[in-house]
Design a binder for this molecule. Structure first.
Ligand SMILES: [Ca+2]
Length: 84
């Protein structure tokens, strides 16, 4: 079964990982988010996903980038097989 987080869930996870409180995630904070979501990827995979998620290439993941990438890539617990 795939559990789809709601927008509120995502915001909670995002805020919890946003240690700097600047409403964007650096690579380290992004890896915390993945932990919270139950996604266990190795460092290289995390880096790759981070680059995919950083749509405007500013080196940070904003909340809108975060939600967008979760939707388009289907990154939810148990749903990784289809994400490639
Ligand atoms: Ca960005």
């Amino acid at each position: 079964m795939t559990i789809k987080p709601t927008e509120d869930d995502l915001l909670a996870v995002f805020s919890r990982a946003d240690l700097g409180g600047d409403e964007k995630l650096d690579l380290m904070e992004f890896s915390l988010v993945l932990d919270h979501l139950g996604l266990s990827w190795n460092k290289a995979q995390v880096q790759h996903r981070f680059e995919q998620a950083d749509l405007n290439r500013d080196g940070f993941i904003s909340f809108s980038e975060f939600t967008q990438v979760l939707r388009t890539q289907g990154w939810t617990s148990g749903g990784l097989a289809a994400a490639g």
